[in-house]
Design a binder for this molecule. Structure first.
Ligand code: PEP
Length: 254
């Protein structure tokens, strides 16, 4: 697939995998994806597995991401992890504002933008998640919701920082449900977000930013989704927990 932007496909393992299981998974991925250079491949294990996974992927093209981080650099923030701590394990990407955190940890757009700024200050690339609920889509509010989330979660970023930020469009109703947005729904949302980036930053920035689709991506639907002009990769949950299915998503996207 010949695209203007290099595809980026990330696996969000969520709260799954002990260290031993995580190592099994990356060993499998390394075999499946040996010599693969066409797609940027990222795995996002739980914090507890970052250290070992980091060592295990040293000799591969797989890159490491974290699933969250603190907006603070240091101090009295029990249970939090700072960007500088992630950097110790050669983490390069960090998922911010996943809908599960927006919903269960009540993360606001303002908090997510502070985290995105902190990530950039540490040279981590944020993967900022946005997406509407089913009720919002059915009420015809998808674009309004996306606009509020995109403007709020990316507030204060410079053009250079924005260019190094990845956006994941993840309709909440498609996450972990087996329901995937149609290619048309995905393309429309991605094009809308890109248009918004042009207004907020400029056309060049908008053209460069990679926008992933997330929500029940599987080997069987990856090709069609990735063929859309504004879909530049995927954020994959369930199907990233098994080497074969994650690798097939990547191979089917090329
Ligand atoms: C996600 O959690 O980001 C996600 C897209 O999950 P799933 O692929 O399981 O729908």
């Amino acid at each position: 697939m010949n695209k203007e932007r290099k595809l980026i496909i990330a696996g969000n393992w969520k709260m799954n995998k002990t260290v031993a299981e995580a190592l099994d998974l990356v060993r499998g991925l390394k075999i499946e994806l040996a010599n693969q250079k066409e797609v940027d491949v990222v795995v996002c294990p739980p914090f507890t597995a970052l250290s070992e996974v980091s060592k295990a992927i040293l000799d591969s093209n797989i890159r490491l991401g974290a699933q969250n981080m603190s907006e603070h650099n240091v101090g009295a923030h029990t249970g939090e992890i700072a960007a500088v701590m992630l950097k110790e394990f050669s983490v390069r990407y960090v998922i911010l504002g996943h809908s599960e955190r927006r919903q269960h940890q009540k993360e606001s757009n303002a908090l997510i933008s502070r985290k995105a700024l902190a990530a950039h200050a540490a040279s981590l690339k944020p993967i900022v998640c946005v997406g509407e609920t089913l009720a919002e889509r059915e009420a015809g509010e998808t674009e309004k919701v996306l606009e509020t989330q995109v403007r709020g979660s990316l507030a204060g970023l410079t053009k250079d920082q924005m260019t190094e930020t990845i956006i994941a469009y993840e309709p909440v109703w498609a996450i972990g449900t087996g329901k995937t947005a149609t290619t048309q729904q995905a393309q429309e949302a991605h094009a809308f977000i890109r248009g918004l980036l042009a207004k907020m930053f400029d056309e060049t920035v908008a053209r460069r930013v990679r926008i992933q689709y997330g929500g029940s991506v599987k080997p069987s639907n990856a090709r069609e989704l990735m063929s859309q002009p504004d879909v530049d990769g995927a954020l994959v949950g369930g199907a990233s927990l098994e080497a074969r299915s994650f690798a097939e998503i990547i191979k089917n996207s090329i």
